[in-house]
Design a protein around this ligand. Structure first.
Ligand code: FMN
Ligand code: SF4
Length: 535
């Protein structure tokens, strides 16, 4: 990162934000002048994002190319239908629109569509009204995230009570709950809050990481659109504990409906926040299409208007985060879970789940299930129960599931019985819980094609900061493509070497994480893959 650009961007801060200027103002030279930064920095940033890139300027419609749509096999037909309305150069891609429950997903003029037939597509393009996006939402047992949506009166009275009891009490309850981050790493939220609370600073920030980029995951989208006050309550609570001036929601632009709902909820809350007498504001930043911005330090660089490369840690964001000020970044679901902890006590939350993975977790089930949707389960619930009782089994023959996004493990279907949905069970069996999104890989879907899809994604989304990932993912993608297209066998020893280098040498969990599903597939689907590898 450039500390210099952080400081220059900080001069205008969030109100006249550099990143928003780059996204909306076509006069890049004027921006460089106003913010006292080089034109090369501006170009370097703008060219990083899918929605700002020169190449995508003429695109009018975007087809989802996420893992669930790929496995459902719906996108070639969709592309054919869209070609009746658009020229090929007007059709772009987005990964992923979070409509994994019905697929055939595309984005047109700020709205998302899925599951439509030919006539419905024509009508949708004409009306530009978007669709009513229905999917199952349910829980297996205790629910804290899938209850009836929190209303503003409950929000106010619970928050008022929290303020009456003070910051330390709120932090104590969160400590007691042992809530661990839901964005992937499983880090206890109380550690971050306490660390930022103890920092002396004239400014502090809370960031809600709503960049849910993992193809297959749409649980954050559910919370943003159907439980917005739970998310905002968590942010306000965190801000109160650390003494933050701003709560920033970094929401992916692939979720336009989420941005609209959150905006409305913030407006509704405004009078209450003002009545509290806190110097606190919510701010929505609309992302511009880059998976790596989900990584918290790349996200911070993004908000600052820098090229969103991953930062070297330390310093950690709680010490030097946004504009070099103490910042706590948390996932949407982590923040949404705070309401139950504050209203019912840390002990209530702690009593749910296993000894080390507490509380509940949202699971996203894709369209291969008979009952796709978002399900809330207690940590430690058997995966088989989730698939059978929530998903009602599969609607087609499935050989494996990938859980936790593109960096999550590929679990052969016979291992599903061995797993419980919690951090430890997954890592013990060589997988990763991640965001707990489930993408089912059909029996007739070639595993080599799925591996190429993963490597292609990793290469495309690499931020380029470290060599192992920048080069390694590209070479991996090329090897897999040559194996598929030209029947050019891959030297297995060399390929394993490449995966080990990525795993051990990458700066962040993007390059470091992509070998896991590939290694799982090599271990569990060696017979199917044997024709593509030698040695
Ligand atoms: C490549 C990559 C992508 C990530 N994407 C997301 C994301 O979309 N949403 C998210 O909350 N965390 C994501 N993370 C994790 C964040 O870096 C960070 O750990 C998280 O936002 C912290 O919040 P939590 O403690 O509440 O989980 C990603 C990490 C990596 C390495
Ligand atoms: S591993 Fe990849 S995404 Fe992460 S810092 Fe290195 S180049 Fe960037």
């Amino acid at each position: 990162m450039s500390k210099n650009i952080s400081e220059l961007s900080a001069r205008q801060g969030l109100e006249n934000n550099l990143f928003e200027n780059l996204a909306t103002n076509p006069d890049k030279e004027a921006i460089a002048k106003e913010f006292l930064i080089g034109k090369a920095s501006v170009t370097g940033t703008v060219s990083f994002y899918d929605f700002l890139k020169e190449d995508n300027r003429d695109k009018k419609v975007y087809v989802c190319n996420g893992s669930a749509c790929l496995c459902a096999g719906t996108q070639d037909k969709l592309l054919g239908l869209l070609k009746q309305h658009f020229t090929p150069s007007q059709i772009g891609h987005m990964t992923c629109l979070g409509h994994c429950h019905e697929n055939s997903a595309f984005h047109y003029q700020g709205k998302n569509y899925s599951g439509l037939n030919s006539e419905q597509i024509s009508a949708a393009l004409e009306s530009k009204e978007g669709i009513n996006d229905n999917y199952q939402v349910n829980s297996l047992g205790v629910s804290v995230l899938t209850n009836q949506a929190l209303d503003i009166q409950q929000f106010k009275s619970t928050f008022q009570e929290l303020v009456n009891q003070g910051q330390s009490k709120a932090l104590d309850e969160i400590k007691k709950s042992n809530l661990r981050g839901r964005g992937g790493a499983g880090f206890p939220i109380s550690f971050k809050l306490e660390s930022a609370m103890n920092e002396e600073s004239d400014q502090k920030y809370i960031i809600c990481n709503a960049d849910e980029g993992d193809p297959g995951a749409y649980s954050d989208r559910y919370l943003l659109e159907q439980q917005p006050l739970l998310v905002l309550f968590g942010m306000l609570t965190s801000a109160y504990i650390i003494g933050a001036d701003y709560g920033v929601l970094y929401i992916r632009a692939e979720y336009p409906e989420s941005i609209a709902v959150i905006k409305k909820s913030i407006q509704a809350l405004q009078p209450f926040i003002e009545s509290l007498g806190f110097d606190f504001k919510f701010k929505i930043i609309s992302a511009q299409g880059a998976y790596i911005c989900g990584e918290e330090t790349a996200l911070i660089n993004s908000i600052e208007g820098q090229r969103p490369e991953v930062r070297v840690r330390p310093p950690f964001p709680t010490q030097q985060g946004l504009f070099n000020k103490p910042t706590v970044v948390n996932n949407v679901e982590t923040l949404a879970s705070l309401y139950s902890i504050v209203s019912k006590g840390g002990g209530f939350y702690n009593a749910l789940g296993t000894s080390t993975s507490k509380g509940t977790k949202l699971v996203s089930l894709d369209s291969s299930f008979n009952n796709p949707g978002i399900y809330e389960v207690e940590m430690g619930t058997s995966l088989q129960d989730i698939f059978e009782q929530c998903g009602k089994g599969f609607s087609k023959a499935i050989k494996a599931v990938q859980i936790g996004g593109p960096l999550g493990g590929i679990i052969p279907i016979h291992k599903v019985n061995d797993l419980q949905l919690d951090f430890e069970s997954f890592s013990h069996h060589g997988f990763l819980l991640g965001h707990a999104s489930v993408v089912a890989i059909p029996t007739d879907f070639p595993m080599i094609k799925y591996l190429h899809h993963l490597m292609e994604f990793a290469a495309y989304e690499s931020c380029g900061k470290c060599f192992p990932c920048r080069l390694g993912t590209k070479r991996g993608k090329e090897l897999l493509l040559a194996a598929i297209r030209n029947k050019q066998q891959i030297d297995k020893e060399l390929f394993t070497d490449l995966l080990d280098t990525l795993e051990q040498g990458s700066l962040c969990a993007h390059g470091g994480g992509i070998p896991l599903p590939i290694k799982n597939a090599l271990a569990y689907f060696s017979d199917e893959l044997s024709d593509y590898f030698c040695n």
